[in-house]
Design a protein around this ligand. Sequence first.
Ligand SMILES: [Zn+2]
Length: 266
Amino acid sequence: MTSHLVDTHTHLWDKRFDHDREARMRSFDEEGIAWVLEVGVDLPTSRKSLILAESSPQVYAAVGVHPHDVKELDRDHLQLLKELARNGRCVAVGEIGLDFYRDLSPRPLQIKWFTEQLEWALSIQKPVILHVRQAYEEVLTILEGYPAFPAGGVVHCFQSDQRTAERFIALGFYVGIGGPITYSPKNNPELKQTLYEVVANLPLERILGETDCPYLTPNPVRGKRNEPAFVKYTVERIAAAVNRTPEETAIQLRRNAERLFLGKNG
Ligand SMILES: [Zn+2]
């Protein structure tokens, strides 16, 4: 069994965990999970993420407003979010970004609030968790307009090509890999390269493992609700791509996550 697993993107606040949230969190040790990063998408879920993080030493939290939800955002909400981020269990700002695929908030608003939250993260020196869908060029253009991101960040659930991944890495970001690496390429027709091929060509030191649970369940358990323990399937696939053992891969991915989010060196 692979131990040292870290899931850098969970939504345990989701109602699909209402019946077994505590049980899932209690079984982390047994499942080889060192810790998880619980990610908010708006003010209420950012609050819930922090409550979960305060209840377990194996849970950290990120607070932020997802591009889908920025239409609800205003100055007062942002102020409340900033207060939440002062909590010691909050290790990142996110998830924030641009989603031009579903367009659930108007694009100018998405850009405005993404930029605001990015600048807030820069000012408090916290890493950012980026959600990007059909807007990689737009996000990179915004990021490349800043001199540097000393606290870095991750482009979560990355699904683009190697060149795009390398541009994020050049800016000091990590590439978050989730369940889609376990899907057969025909499910990702927009990709010129499979995610597996992209990962094979990236430095393992710049990759993070994640589930995005309850969404994006990896194979071979696709169809079930996703959960932190299933990060092992993604780690196994990353390991195959980089030609290392799952255990070695899990250790390196854990080191990466702890360097980025917990400020540990190594
Ligand atoms: Zn998410």
